[in-house]
Design a binder for this molecule. Structure first.
Ligand code: ZN
Length: 385
């Protein structure tokens, strides 16, 4: 197996859980890649020999971003809705139906091409693992094909038939479809089951039914909750022992306590608050309480059409009370935990060699230089891409 020494790293972020600092940072560092995995990390002066050597010229190296929440399988454009919202109209969950019509009308090739473009856009900004949800088909056929398209790009596919109740259905009829024939058609293409537990989408009992049905056929659970107001979703996610609950913008003290007790990851999606001009989630409150936090893009055509994890890091630092180190950790190791993964989001021996060489001497530039493209090189599974 061929080995490569990446050296002259001004600052290496490993997220090593055994390190003294949160990020397991090494200054003047090097890293050895063997095949697709990390074989060694440490001070450059102590680095072992390797078959090849890459000098990154005093740049920082971080683990690739793990974006644990995206909705990339869709067609159509909702920029007019965004412009109207910025002109004063409010966001409501029903806007999803606009995208559903366009997605149903698109061919498989159009959907695949669109996801490929977005995954490539993410990768160029340092994202090396992405979760992709269905949720804009809302028929048995369109949900299953959305997941089949997503599966071409990632193993982390999520069945979100319970995104919104489509036109012409009562909630009761639709939940029966989502937990019955639609689940049967989708489960072979999915790793996760999800629901949108929010006023205007699915209530607590409906969300519980969807999650339990998915878990019963072997999917793991995650949930959209507490985005637009306080509600039962976060406590439901904790009650069911889900891996992650996403949004967490409006939380009671009971919600925070439930997150601490369950260990469920709170995935914060600040691009949504940015793009809907809503108050940001209070990450400081969660971290101080001992909640495990992830950051993700929620890239979707309605409430947040950014694919940029660096933007999420910058917003988390500027608007949500996170330190730069906490935000980077949440966007890498946190995202991995939210996908129940320990092989990504870290650069420690045995982990997958997914890394980003930053056009900067330190990761702090991700928040210090918002909006600036800082990706110099991206490596996936031990190779530059
Ligand atoms: Zn979402």
């Amino acid at each position: 197996m061929s080995s490569t020494l990446i050296t002259n790293i001004a600052e290496l972020v490993t997220n090593d859980p055994h390190a003294d600092d949160l990020l397991g940072t090494v200054q003047d560092a090097a890293l050895v890649v063997e095949g697709s995995t990390v074989a060694w990390t440490g001070p450059a002066a102590a680095a072992p020999a390797a078959d090849q050597q890459v000098d990154v010229g005093g740049r920082a190296v971080i683990p690739g971003f793990v974006d644990s929440h995206s909705h990339l399988v869709f067609a159509g454009d909702r920029s007019a809705e965004f412009a109207a919202r910025m002109a004063g109209e409010s966001y409501a969950a029903g806007g999803i139906r606009t995208t559903v019509a366009a997605t149903r009308a698109a061919t498989d090739e159009q959907l695949t091409g669109h996801v490929a473009r977005l995954v490539s856009e993410m990768r160029s900004q340092g994202t090396t693992t992405v979760e992709i949800k269905s949720g804009y088909g809302l028929t048995v056929h369109d949900e299953a094909r959305s997941l089949a398209v997503a599966r071409q790009f990632t193993e982390e596919t999520t069945y979100l038939g319970a995104h919104v109740v489509p036109e012409g259905w009562t909630p009761e009829e639709y939940v029966a479809l989502v937990t019955g024939p639609m689940l049967a058609a989708c489960a072979p293409h999915a790793s996760w089951v999800d629901a949108f537990c929010e006023t205007g989408a699915f209530d607590e009992d409906q969300s519980r039914a969807v999650l339990r049905a998915g878990i019963a056929v072997g999917l793991r659970g995650r949930l959209h909750a507490n985005q637009l107001g306080e509600g039962p979703g976060v406590r439901l996610a904790c009650e069911l022992g889900l891996t992650a609950v996403d949004h967490c913008t409006y939380l009671s003290s009971d919600d925070v306590g439930a997150l601490v007790d369950s260990g469920t990851i709170a995935t914060l999606l600040p691009g949504v608050e940015f793009s809907t001009r809503q108050p940001y989630p209070d990450a400081r409150r969660l971290l101080d309480a001992g909640v495990r936090v992830a950051l993700a893009s929620d890239c979707n055509p309605g409430s947040c059409y950014t694919s940029s994890m660096p933007l999420c890091v910058a917003l988390a630092v500027r608007e949500m009370g996170m330190t730069a180190a906490e935000a980077l950790y949440a966007a890498t190791a946190g995202g991995a935990a939210a996908l129940d993964r320990d092989d990504v989001g870290v650069l420690t021996p045995g982990g997958r060699a997914d890394l980003v060489v930053l056009e900067a001497p330190t990761f702090v530039h991700l928040a210090y230089r918002p909006g600036v493209p800082l990706t110099s090189q991206v490596w996936v599974a031990g190779r530059p891409v």
